[in-house]
Unconditional design. Structure first.
Length: 200
């Protein structure tokens, strides 16, 4: 009888252990939560451990790299086919221009966007995000816009990420990746002033 109990208990324990791993592996975590849970072991050291130099620890903490802002934690592809890491936008204000190739308003905004990119060259990221059409049509439109990095978003993943529902739209982020200004169809009159305000 003891052998029978043991024989059934061991597979049951293994099954329960495997289920726990599946739940963790398949769960969807918030990016910020995932980062905080994977911090270095030193973050979980005992509070009673005060043998280290606290001033040195504070300096080290200030010099360590900052976590990527949640909104900028994405990857994409430029219209030229190069990989693009959203984290590269952190540290500078960013203007995101969401457009569609067939949109006459978007085409009419090309001079404004080109001027914005020229006026704030090196100080502000200006990124076009083309969607709602084929990769070829997006690439063709992007070819008519100078001085701007364009991302191909055929599936609309970045549009969803930034809660954009219409073309043409602008989203302005500060250097920390926080949205400070949004403008929907045609509402771009304050765009330059908003960007200048972020530069102080």
């Amino acid at each position: 009888m003891r052998k029978l109990v043991l024989a059934t208990a061991v597979p049951l324990a293994l099954l329960l252990g495997a289920c726990g791993q599946d739940v963790i592996a398949s769960g969807v975590e918030d990016p910020a939560t995932a980062r905080s849970s994977s911090e270095s072991p030193s973050a979980s050291a005992s509070p009673s451990d005060t043998s280290g130099d606290t001033s040195a620890a504070a300096k080290k903490s200030k010099s360590s790299p900052q976590a990527t802002p949640a909104l900028l934690d994405f990857s994409s592809t430029t219209v030229e086919g190069a990989d693009f890491d959203g984290a590269s936008l952190a540290g500078k204000p960013t203007v995101l221009w969401f457009w569609a190739p067939w949109c006459p308003t978007c085409r009419g905004q090309i001079p404004q966007v080109e001027q914005l990119a020229a006026d704030f060259d090196g100080e502000v990221n200006v990124i076009g995000i083309g969607a709602l059409d084929s990769a070829e049509a997006i690439s063709d439109f992007a070819g008519d816009v100078d001085g701007v990095t364009h991302l191909e978003d055929v599936e609309g993943e970045l549009w969803k990420r930034f809660a954009v529902t219409e073309q043409s739209s602008f989203v302005v982020l500060d250097a920390d990746g926080t949205v400070t200004f949004e403008a929907g169809y045609g509402g771009t009159g304050d765009l330059d002033a908003e960007v200048r305000g972020l530069l102080g």
